[in-house]
Design a protein. Structure first.
Ligand code: KIV
Length: 282
């Protein structure tokens, strides 16, 4: 996929320090992050000029067909991070730490994060606030940049009683603000806010010196993230309210494959030009 085929030039490369400084209140453009799980999705998103690629544990749902993100482990993530890294993206490559990879001991968390970094990630993301502070500090102490994730944290699906908008009540909103402050204070370079009311996200965004990246958290965040398959119309599941679908690629793909199947069945594929021949006898 040569660069010249794409009218949109990729954004200049930005490392963790540049991303950390991207506050809209300081005049920065909103950050753009999208998930990617393999080489072609990373190439496509990077050519579109996004700032960050997230190898999300949503891999479990959108690529591997599971019902929740609890089904993927470090080896799965490692495999997909390596595929995304082979695309050599300009965007900063962030990898999700999967469930149970940072919940046991700090040593275990460090070695799991190191596997993702050695596979090609430049930073890791993990879910949770003050409860995860020890791990966050240890990772940052080991020079591994950390992105936080608060609000609807899909790895807590059972504890939350389902996928629900979080921090709707004053007390829960206060807790979320304190969690965000603690993560930023511990050195997280950005915090994802998922499915929280816009006023709560706006307050967190105004409070933190590091950027917030919203998904279902309103327009005040310093950036936005969406899942690749949701944005492109490749997922079958009913999309949440916050998804804006920019294409229906699943329909396009079904059309294309069924056209090819018809051609095969009608005997019009392959044509002569699509066939190898022996050289003509001299
Ligand atoms: O795994 C994921 O896709 C995510 C995004 C929803 C932020 O964590």
């Amino acid at each position: 996929m040569p660069d010249r085929a794409h009218p949109l030039q990729p954004a200049p490369r930005q490392g963790v320090p540049e991303i950390r400084a991207r506050k809209r209140s300081a005049g920065s453009d909103p950050l753009v992050m999208i998930t990617a799980y393999d080489y072609p999705s990373a190439r496509i998103a990077d050519h579109a000029g996004v700032d960050l690629l997230l190898v999300g544990d949503s891999l479990a749902n959108v690529v591997l067909g599971f019902d929740d993100t609890l089904q993927v482990g470090v080896s799965d993530m490692e495999h997909h991070v390596a595929a995304v890294a082979r695309a050599r993206p300009r965007a900063l490559l962030v990898a999700d730490m999967p469930w149970m990879s940072y919940h046991l001991t700090v040593e275990d968390s460090l070695s799991n994060a190191a596997r993702l970094i050695r596979a090609g990630a430049e930073a890791v993301k993990l879910e949770g606030g003050r409860r995860r502070l020890g791990v966050v500090e240890a990772l940052i102490g080991a020079e591994i940049p950390v992105m936080g994730h608060l609000g609807l944290t899909p790895q807590s699906v059972h504890a939350m009683g389902g996928y629900r908008v979080q921090a709707r009540r004053r007390e829960a909103a206060e807790e979320l603000v304190e969690d965000a402050k603690a993560l930023a204070g511990a050195g997280c370079f950005a915090v994802v806010l998922e499915a929280v009311p816009d006023v709560v996200a706006a307050r967190v965004t105004a409070t933190l010196e590091v950027p917030t990246i919203g998904i279902g958290a309103g327009a005040a965040c310093d950036g936005q993230v969406l899942v690749f398959h949701d944005l492109l119309g490749l997922s079958e599941a009913k999309a949440p309210k916050f998804v804006r679908r920019y294409a229906d690629l699943a329909d396009v793909a079904v059309q294309a494959i069924s056209s090819w199947a018809s051609d095969v069945r009608a005997g019009s594929f392959p044509a002569d030009a699509e066939t190898y021949h022996l050289p003509e006898a001299p």
